[in-house]
Write a protein that binds this ligand. Sequence first.
Ligand code: ATP
Ligand code: MG
Length: 137
Amino acid sequence: MEKTLVIIKPDAVKKNLIGEIISRFEKNGLRVAALKKLKMTKEQAMGFYVVHKDRPFYESLTDFMSEGPCVVMVLEGEDAIAKVRKIMGATNPAQAEEGTIRKDFAENIERNAVHGSDSPQSASYEIPYFFSALEIL
Ligand code: ATP
Ligand code: MG
C-alpha cells in the first residue's frame, strides 16, 4: 500500500468542495489515513513548494496557497500516487480529462483545486511536512 499527500487548495475550500473532493478519492478505493484543515503562512507555503523556488510562478503560487485555509490529507491505497494524479487531472484544467477534479473545479493553471505528490520521494518530503507518525492511521 502506497501513501500520498493531497491538499484541497484554498480556492476549492472557499467553494465548499471539501466533501465532494474527498468523496471522489474514496469512491476510487483510496482511504483517508490522516486529515486536517489549516492555513499556511507564506513561509510554510514557500517551504512546501521549495522544489519550484526558481520557477516564475513561485511567488504567486505561494501567495495563493497561503491566502486561506486548505485541507491536507494522507491517502493510502494501491498505486495511490498515480491514482490520485489521474483523479485530479492535468495541472492546467484546459488540458484535464473529463470527469477529473481539475476539469470540474479548477479556475486556471494556478488555482487548480488540488495537489497530489508526484513521486514516492515527494511524498516522503510532503507527508511529514504536515503530519507526525502518530497522526497517520
Ligand atoms: P501540484 O504539485 O500542486 O499537485 P502539479 O504537480 O500538477 O501540481 P506542478 O508543476 O508541481 O504541478 O506545479 C505546482 C503548482 O504550481 C500547480 O498545481 C499550480 O497550482 C501551480 N502552477 C504550475 N504551473 C503554473 C504556471 N505555469 N502558472 C501558474 N501556476 C502554475
Ligand atoms: Mg507537483
